[in-house]
Design a protein around this ligand. Structure first.
Ligand code: FAD
Length: 475
C-alpha cells in the first residue's frame, strides 16, 4: 500500500497554504497564531522551498540559499517566529570583490561603502550622500519608470567600476538588472546597507526545524509529499477546495506559495479570472535561474579565512549577459567555516552563478552530465586562486543547474528569484478576482529573497485575516 501522506487530515480547514517556502511557512504560522485552522501542503519531502539544504556521505551538509540577507530578517523572525530563531541571526562582515577593476573587502553597510566610494573611487562626498538618501527614500509608490541604469547614470555617469560595486551583489542576490525599476534596486540595496549582510548560525536545516516546531506548536497541520493538483473555485468566484494527492479538502481561503503564473493558469485555471487579468499574468516575466557548485573539504581539513562572500569576476564592468552566460566568468563564492554550524569541523564552499534556463534545458542527458562535470572542474580551477590546495583537501563536489531548481521547487524555468516587478501587481490582485484566493511568494524583486519572502508571508496573512475575521460585535 502506498503511504497516505494525508492520513488523519480533516476534510475542512479555514485556510490551506500550498507550498512551504519561507513565505508559505510564515503565512501558515501567522494565521495559526491568529487562531485559524491551517493545513500546509508541500510537494517535496522537505520543508523550506529554496531555503533548503542537502546531506552527502561523509557528514557534509550543504546550504542552497544561505548566503546572506539583510538585518531586517532578525526583526521579522523575532516578531513573526521566535526570539530563539532571531538570536541565531549573525553578521557576515567579510564581503569581498575581486575583479580586473578593483580588489576590496567590506562590511557592506552604508558607512563602509561611503568611505570606499569617496577614498578609493574618488566620488564626491555629497554625491555619495545624495545617492544613499535617494535609494533609501524609494518605495513602492514611487516613479516606476526610472530604471536602475538611469539611477546610476544620474549619480555616477560613465563609472562602470562604481556601478559594478553597487550592482553586482544585488544582481547576484535577486537576479535584477540595470533595466529593472530603480525602486526595486533602492529598496533591496538600502535593506542591506542599513547594517550589512547576515546569516543564520546553525544552517538552514536548523532554521527550518525550528520553524516546523513553532508551527506545530501553533497548531498548523503540516504535510509533506502532498502535491496540490487543483484549487477549486465556485462559479461565483469563491475559493471552495483544493485537490491534493487525489483528495478534496474544502477551505475558506487558499494561500498559494507556488509560482504566481502556475497558481493562476494551472492550479486555478484561466476561466476563473477576467481576461485582462489573465493577459497580465501571462505577461509576467520570470526572473533568471542559477547554477551552483557545492564543494566539501575532508573532515577536519580547512582553508585560511577567505572572507564570507566573494564576488569574483574576470571581465570589465557590470555585464549581465556575461553574468548569465554558460561561458562563466563571474562566480560568487560563499565560504562556510566550522562556526557556520557550531560544533562541526567542516569547511565548505558553494559557488553560485546566475544562469539562463534555456542554456541547460534541452541538453541530452550525456551532454548535461558532461556540462555539470565541466562546471565542477572550472569552478575548482577558479577557486584555486583563493584556496591553493583545494583539490587536495576536497572530499565531495557536485553541481546543480536551473533544471535542478525546477525539479525541486516546481518553478517554471527554475526561476530562483520569482518574477520581475510586474508579478507583484498580479500577486496582489488575486483576491479581488477570486474571493479567498491569495498568493505569497517571491514576486516583484522586492518581495524576493529570505527577508522579502518572510515579510510578504506576513502581509498576505494579514489580508487573509481581514477577509475571515468575524465582524466586530455591534455594542
Ligand atoms: C541558488 C539560490 C541562492 C539564493 N540565495 C539567497 C540568499 O543568499 N539570500 C536570500 O535572501 N535569498 C536567496 N535566494 C532566494 C530565496 O531563497 C528565495 O527568494 C526564497 O527562499 C523563496 O521563498 P518563497 O516563499 O518565494 O518560496 P519557494 O522557496 O519558491 O517555495 C515554494 C514552495 O512551494 C512548493 N510548491 C510549489 N507548487 C506546489 C504544489 N502544487 N503543491 C505543493 N507544493 C508546491 C515548492 O515545492 C516549494 O517548496 C536564493 C535562491 C536560490 C535558488
Amino acid at each position: 500500500m502506498p503511504r497516505d501522506f494525508l492520513k488523519d487530515a480533516r476534510d475542512h480547514y479555514d485556510i490551506v497554504v500550498i507550498g512551504s517556502g519561507l513565505a508559505g511557512l510564515t503565512s501558515a504560522n501567522t494565521l495559526a497564531r491568529a487562531g485559524y485552522s491551517v493545513l500546509l501542503l508541500e510537494h517535496h519531502y522537505q520543508l523550506g522551498g529554496m531555503a533548503t539544504w542537502f546531506n552527502r556521505r561523509g557528514g557534509h551538509i550543504f546550504d542552497i540559499s544561505l548566503h546572506g540577507f539583510p538585518f531586517g530578517m532578525k526583526k521579522s523572525c523575532r516578531k513573526y517566529w521566535t526570539p530563539e530563531i532571531a538570536e541565531r541571526i549573525v553578521q557576515l562582515d567579510g564581503i569581498r570583490f575581486e575583479n580586473p577593476q578593483f580588489s576590496l573587502q567590506t562590511s557592506f553597510d552604508r558607512e563602509d561603502f561611503t568611505s570606499i566610494l569617496i577614498d578609493k573611487f574618488g566620488v564626491a562626498a555629497e554625491t555619495v550622500a545624495e545617492f544613499f538618501d535617494m535609494a533609501r527614500g524609494m518605495n513602492f509608490y514611487d516613479d516606476q519608470e526610472m530604471t536602475t541604469g538611469e539611477l546610476f547614470e544620474r549619480f555616477f555617469p560613465g563609472r562602470d567600476d562604481v556601478v559594478r560595486m553597487l550592482m553586482e551583489p544585488i544582481t547576484y542576490a535577486n537576479g535584477s538588472t540595470l533595466e529593472d525599476p530603480a525602486l526595486t534596486y533602492g529598496i533591496v540595496f538600502s535593506n542591506f546597507m542599513s547594517k550589512g549582510v547576515f546569516t543564520f548560525q546553525g544552517g538552514t536545516d536548523a532554521l527550518v526545524r525550528a520553524m516546523k516546531e513553532e508551527m506545530t506548536a501553533n497548531g498548523v497541520d503540516v504535510r509533506i509529499r502532498c502535491l496540490v493538483e487543483k484549487i477549486e473555485v465556485t462559479p461565483g468566484r469563491k475559493v471552495a477546495a483544493v485537490v491534493v494527492n487525489g483528495r478534496r479538502i474544502t477551505c475558506q481561503a487558499v494561500v498559494s506559495n507556488a509560482n504566481i503564473k502556475q497558481t493562476v493558469l494551472e492550479l486555478v485555471g484561466a476561466d476563473a479570472f477576467d481576461n485582462e487579468f489573465v493577459d497580465e499574468t501571462r505577461a509576467v516575466r520570470l526572473n533568471n535561474s542559477s547554477c551552483q557548485v557545492y564543494i566539501a573539504m575532508k573532515p577536519g581539513a580547512g582553508f585560511e579565512p577567505c572572507g564570507d562572500l566573494l564576488f569574483h569576476s574576470e571581465h570589465r564592468g557590470f555585464d549581465i549577459d556575461a553574468m548569465l552566460s554558460r561561458d562563466i566568468s563571474s562566480r560568487t563564492f560563499s565560504f562556510y567555516y566550522p562556526r557556520t554550524r557550531p560544533g562541526s569541523d567542516r569547511h565548505l564552499v558553494v559557488s553560485s552563478t546566475n544562469a539562463n534556463y534555456g542554456d541547460w534545458a534541452d541538453l541530452s542527458e550525456e551532454d548535461y552530465e558532461a556540462s555539470k562535470q565541466d562546471l565542477c572542474e572550472t569552478t575548482l580551477d577558479c577557486l584555486e586562486q583563493y584556496v591553493p590546495n583545494v583539490r587536495e583537501i576536497t572530499d565531495h563536489v557536485e553541481a546543480s543547474t536551473p533544471r535542478t531548481f525546477q525539479h525541486y521547487t516546481r518553478h517554471p524555468l527554475g526561476a530562483s528569484f520569482g518574477t520581475k516587478f510586474e508579478g507583484l501587481k498580479v500577486s496582489q490582485g488575486l483576491s479581488s478576482q477570486v474571493e479567498g484566493l491569495f498568493h505569497a511568494g517571491s514576486v516583484g524583486i522586492i518581495m524576493s529573497g529570505w527577508l522579502g519572502a518572510v515579510n510578504y508571508g506576513v502581509i498576505v496573512a494579514n489580508e487573509v485575516d481581514k477577509l475571515l475575521a468575524p465582524a466586530p460585535a455591534n455594542v
